[in-house]
Design a protein around this ligand. Sequence first.
Ligand code: UDP
Ligand code: MG
Length: 328
Amino acid sequence: MTQQVDLDAGRPPEVSIVVPVFNEEASVEHLVDALLRVLSGENFEVVLVNDGSTDRTATLLLELARVHPQVVIVELSRNFGQHPAVVAGFSVARGRFLVTLDADLQNPPEEIPRLLAALRSGHDVVGSVRQNRRDPWMRKQISSLVNRVTTASIGVGMRDYGCMLRGYSRDVVEEILELSEQAAFVPALAMMLATNPVEIEVQHSEREEGASRYSPLRLMRLGFDLITGFSLLPIQLVSLAGLLIALAGAALSALLFARRIVLGPESEGLFTLFAILFAFMGVLLFAVGLVGEYVGRIYAEVRRRPTYRIREVISQSAVLPETDHEEQ
Ligand code: UDP
Ligand code: MG
């Protein structure tokens, strides 16, 4: 029942640009203008995912979809966060090559042809490193820490996990959709799945309108998603600390015992008591860490909540029925 009215007469687009949009009324129009200009030679679609915006974004997006046949709007039922919004966009996008970027124009659309060139030359994931990144100092420090921890725990070196101006082949996107991970951190997942990844350097601009949509708390959660999503490192560190304390306590006990035999008891036996206490505390902490390890693994397996819910997909060529991710 789909009536194709777009210029390519029903031919699926070759390139899909996927953009999560959350309260970006000031920049969506500029963004779409820039994308249409940069991609004018391509057979493409722009999938804009409205992640529960509460400003005029929804109205502006509808208008954009009405005017431009290449624009597809995915309305989520509420705010799910940047990464689930990207995955929702992936589930609707039809392109062979997919490019994600932020709606706030911090990622210059002018870089897209370079990403596409890398995808066409056979790379299945095209990462990017922000040159002269324009973000607050504190943000950059946190990012750099997260990048290092992630690289160490995933084992796949990537210099800039935070930059969302990235390219993916259809295969990788299909696999990301199939995984339907709970705390999907798209660039890291893709990097894990990639067979022939490459990183290129891209420009980065300051946010022109408004402030980052990430509060420090949301940012911390995102960092945890990335780190715990890919390794059990944090809980393993707790176990390790427990083990070390237990060993130190045991060594101290042995020392005090020897001292007691040679020199006689120290004043009121207080230190011996401490030593024993420390040993027990270490064992306890170790046990808690170990239990946490198992609980963490089970938690990750068992929790199968939908990570996004699409209310409506709107484009000139088709108004698709309501989709629910819950079946997956
Ligand atoms: N975003 C989103 N849902 C959210 C938060 C952000 O879709 O809950 C979008 C936002 O509209 C933007 C992108 O994700 O397109 C990156 O957000 P932002 O620019 O606030 O993050 P930063 O540049 O500070 O990392
Ligand atoms: Mg931004």
